[in-house]
Design a protein. Structure first.
Length: 482
């Protein structure tokens, strides 16, 4: 990695936190309380991340908390953020999308040091286009809390208008107070589906079915983790009760294998799956709808961390997450991480990890209670990941003419040809041969599908830039950072 010959003007923060979701917000507030000077950078215009997404102010939402779980805990953190910012202990920088982190001029310290002495420069695109500007922050330590994005497994018709991500449907409701349609099928895999279906139904949508590819019997082998988290069981029961009240049918070990329509989705075909997620056509049925909210769990967003060389691991759901020690340190000295980057686990776990990471940066020992809570919540998260892990046979619902890469309109047949006849054995080679993953999203949407069709094991993305950056911002960098 290049070293900067000159540091950005301004004071050096003790800790720069990237991301103001549950993990980053908890980390920033805790670090400020422990006496550190904190810079909190976030791509959004308000704190809370995707989980605590706010309705736009102009919508005049009277009770935004009605759309969220654990709103009181978030409200407490947000109030603490404002207080610490007013006192000068936190510099809160919304609309700052960090695109790279590079080491600064100071020498790196050894991993066991209680007080980090390394300096890092965080480069960001600040503001809205076309008035966006380049920004840079210098800090002695960095905590990456960039969250996650949805995993999509393609199927015929998934490019039709009206087909949205499950999390995207929830974001539309939370942020815009709008529904993706009047009759919405919710499909995919993972606990998010139940929350999304319940929210949509409570907001007035008809949800004819929740189509879950996994079987809940997969939790049978995870009884100890379940019993250690009674609150999660109560939450699940609440979701089940909401579905019952709104007469939503739950179909387990089923998947949407095709969406039908012309100008927008009009119906979906749902097929029963075998244990490896292969569709059984004899059990297919058609469900009319005008929207489909579909997602197969979440994937950690790691571009900043992998760009720094942080080590990764494979999770029980086949996603890739960062390797972290007991104090939330990554394998790179001076870089910590918390939340979904270390493995998908939800907002409660993210807050606990953010708190523990802040104690570590400050050189303070946390209490035993948050350590135990992290272990308990992480065990539950791993149990969920294992239960909803995509089966290897899901590619059986992809005919050769089904689009896999939406940006470049690459069908499954071309990817299969690259892997089977042209010798491609990894997603990168498939990309070079077919252009799959070369579009605007850079493979974030199609990456898991391309890798599966190529027969490749899950691997982390390694990108020099974590988001689009105007060329003028790159030209303004010191020569050693180009």
């Amino acid at each position: 990695m290049p070293t900067s010959p000159s540091e950005p003007a301004g004071p050096v923060a003790d800790l720069a936190v990237v991301g103001a979701g549950p993990a980053g917000l908890a980390a920033a507030v805790t670090a400020a309380r422990l006496g550190l000077r904190v810079a909190l950078l976030d791509a959004g215009d308000r704190p809370g991340g995707q989980f605590y997404r706010h309705p736009a102010p102009g919508l005049g939402a009277a009770r935004p908390e009605a759309l969220h779980h654990d709103w009181a805990e978030f409200a407490t953190l947000e109030a603490a953020l404002r207080a610490h910012a007013s006192a000068g202990r936190i510099t809160y920088l919304p609309l700052h999308h960090v695109w790279t982190v590079v080491p600064g001029r100071a020498a790196l310290t050894h991993r066991g040091s209680a007080t980090p002495t390394a300096q890092w420069i965080l480069h960001a695109v600040a503001g809205h286009a076309p008035e966006e500007r380049a920004a840079a922050v210098t800090a002695r330590a960095v905590l990456i809390a960039t969250g996650s994005y949805e995993r999509q497994l393609p199927f015929p018709g998934w490019t039709l208008p009206g087909v949205v991500g499950a999390g995207g449907a929830q974001a539309m409701l939370k942020g815009g107070l709008v529904l993706p349609g009047k009759r919405v099928v919710v499909a995919g895999s993972g606990p998010l589906l139940l929350a999304v279906a319940g929210s949509l139904a409570a907001a007035g949508a008809t949800v004819p079915a929740v189509v879950e590819a996994a079987a809940y019997t997969a939790y049978a082998g995870q009884v100890p983790a379940l019993l250690r988290n009674p609150g999660k069981l109560v939450e699940a029961a609440g979701h089940g009760g909401a579905l019952a009240r709104h007469h939503v049918r739950l179909l387990t070990r089923h998947a949407v294998v095709e969406a039908h329509g012309t100008d927008r989705v009009e119906a979906v075909t749902v097929a029963r799956l075998d244990r490896d997620w292969r569709p059984l056509p004899a059990a297919a049925r058609r469900i009319p709808c005008d929207a489909l909210a579909v997602g197969h769990g979440l994937v950690p967003q790691l571009e900043l961390a992998t760009g720094l060389g942080c080590a990764t691991r494979r999770c029980p759901d086949d996603s890739v997450a960062l390797v972290l020690d007991a104090e939330q340190r990554t394998s790179v000295t001076g870089i910590w991480s918390a939340g979904e980057t270390g493995g998908i686990g939800g907002a409660q776990l993210a807050m606990v990890e953010g708190e523990l990471a802040a104690h570590s940066v400050a050189g303070e020992l946390p209490g035993a209670r948050p350590v135990r809570r992290r272990a308990r919540l992480r065990a539950f998260a791993d149990a969920m990941a294992a239960a909803h892990r995509p089966g290897e046979g899901w590619t059986g619902w992809l005919p050769d003419d089904a689009v896999v890469c939406r940006c470049e309109e690459v069908p499954a047949g071309r990817i299969r040809e690259a892997a089977g006849e042209l010798g491609a054995r990894d997603a990168r080679t498939v990309k070079l041969l077919t252009r799959a993953g070369m579009g605007w999203c850079q493979g974030r949407m199609c990456g898991p599908a391309v890798a599966a069709l190529a027969g490749e094991e899950p691997a982390p993305d390694r990108r020099p830039l974590s988001c689009p950056v105007p060329l003028r911002h790159l030209a303004e960098l010191p020569p050693a950072e180009h």
